[in-house]
Design a protein around this ligand. Structure first.
Ligand code: C2O
Ligand code: CU
Length: 486
């Protein structure tokens, strides 16, 4: 009965026959992959590295000859890649040239709540917002995107997103690292155009959100990337609103997973598929033979749960990106056996355990309220969050400010792909994910961080809660002063 219900909601039909109700159109790989430019920055007297970003309107040509209105940072679609070093103070001057208010959230970043760019840090049209913080976490592939409450799906879908790379020169294993050459951002998104060539979210308007007919990388539909080295590192980001991908290659070759959301893994994990739900990142290193073509695709594994077909847009298989190796390749060092130190947070360090039950558009039976504080965390505390989806619908779970570690899934130790730093985790239905995390600093009883499902329609429709970090021994009121600061 659950399966039938999920299919009614998801509009998935004929999954037994292997077909999809919302197929992705096949593409020819005829367009070079667009590489988001590295953002320029200036360094102020006190050493602060300052970036500027302007959210603006423009048009993009996703289909030949069709001008699609889109939004972007410093351009018509997506935004430049920000890049900073561990230990550096950064500031970003974000200007809103759109016709409506937005925010910019630094996904995966450890930073003070008022710099976080959540729904309480709205930037009105014509205004500039200047958050500043010190990079205090391992090297990682993070990203940025708007977070206006109720409008996040629209704003991200129209094109507002970009990568934020953190480097740690003191702890950099020998991995491919030439940006845009053998260290390549791969922002995967799906879209759907209406008859006038405008982006629409209407197709499959129920669960779990849009399953678009076009899949693009860095805004390029049918992209190829010319590979000139023996190994190439792909920084994969699922910046789609709802679709989960199961990325690999059409020839099922293996590659090395070297990093997840919050940093490098302790050691590489050889695999042939990586599942990415919205908001998740993975760094992989792929090896190519001279002259060969390797095609990145996505398939839909049978996950043994009823949510899977809907999450993946039905049992669909489609190609995403072509890697074309040059006839001769520059040698690359082998993937190191040891990548990073990933100290395990001991379970015994946790002093608080919270249970979060996810269902429909609620966490623990409550839907998002901007004026309500749901969880109060003490600065310095190590906590275990037990997150469980009791829904046949698809969800994942993301928390701001911290990177967590998965202690176990239904009591089993995490698989290698969940063994590193994570900030977003796919929730297989009715399984309990025990996440351990430390709230190191930045207490502020008046400024909350968010936790939510990163399927953006779910988030917009209330599957989100707020936490504040407070000094030991204090207990703030459970409502925010006004709630009108949005
Ligand atoms: Cu990437 Cu609260 O979001
Ligand atoms: Cu959800």
């Amino acid at each position: 009965a659950l399966a039938a219900g999920a299919c009614v909601l998801a509009g998935c039909s004929g999954s037994a026959s292997g077909s999809s109700a919302f197929p992705v159109e096949p593409v020819d790989f005829t367009t070079p992959l667009a590489i988001p430019p590295l953002a320029e920055s200036r360094v102020e007297e006190d050493g602060t590295r300052v970036f500027e970003l302007t959210a603006q309107e423009g048009t993009s040509e996703f289909r030949p000859g069709v001008a699609t209105p889109t939004w972007g940072f410093d351009g018509p679609y997506l935004g430049p890649t920000l890049r900073a070093k561990v230990g550096e103070r950064v500031a970003v001057e974000v200007t809103n040239d759109l016709g409506e208010a937005t925010t910019v959230h630094w996904h995966g970043m450890h930073l003070p709540p008022e710099m976080d760019g959540g729904p309480h840090q709205m930037i009105e049209p014509g205004e500039t917002w200047r958050p500043t913080w010190v990079i205090d976490q391992p090297a990682a592939t993070l990203w940025y995107h708007p977070h206006p409450h109720g409008r996040t799906e629209q704003h991200v879908y129209r094109g507002l997103a970009g990568m934020f790379l953190l480097d740690d020169p003191a702890a950099a294993p020998d991995l491919p690292a030439t940006y845009g050459v053998d260290d390549v951002p791969v922002v995967v998104q799906d879209k759907h155009l209406d008859d006038e060539g405008r982006l629409t979210l209407d197709r499959n308007s129920t669960e779990p959100g849009l399953m678009g007919s076009m899949v693009m990388v860095n805004g390029t539909v049918g992209a190829y990337h010319e590979v000139t080295t023996e190994r190439v590192r792909l920084r994969l980001l699922n910046a789609s609103t709802a679709r989960t991908y199961n990325l690999g290659f059409t020839d099922e070759r293996t590659f090395h997973l070297v990093g997840t959301d919050g940093g490098l893994l302790a050691e590489p994990h050889e695999t042939s598929r990586v599942r990415l739900s919205p908001g998740e990142r993975a760094e992989v290193v792929v090896e190519l033979e001279p002259g060969e073509v390797a095609t990145l695709d996505s398939d839909s594994p049978d996950l043994g749960d009823v949510a899977a077909p809907a999450a993946f847009g039905g049992r669909d298989v489609f190609e995403v990106l072509e890697l074309r190796a040059a006839p001769t390749l520059t040698p690359s060092p082998p993937v190191p056996d040891v990548l990073a130190e990933v100290p395990r947070i001991p379970e015994s360090a946790a002093t608080v355990t919270r249970e979060l039950e996810v269902a429909v558009r609620m966490i623990n039976g409550r839907s998002m309220d901007l004026s309500r504080i749901d969880e109060v965390v003490t600065e310095g505390a190590t906590e275990i969050w037990e997150v469980r989806s009791i829904d046949p619908l698809t969800h994942n779970f993301h928390i701001h400010d911290v990177q967590f570690q998965v202690l176990d899934v239904d009591g089993e130790p995490p698989p290698p792909e969940l063994a590193g730093w994570k900030d977003t985790v796919y929730l297989e239905p009715r399984r309990t994910y025990r996440l351990i995390m430390q709230f190191a600093d930045y207490s502020d009883p008046d400024s909350p961080y968010m936790f939510h499902c990163h399927l953006l329609r779910h988030e917009d429709e209330g599957l989100m809660g707020q936490l504040v970090v407070v000094e030991p021994g204090t207990e703030p009121p459970r409502t925010l002063p006004t709630g009108d600061d949005g």
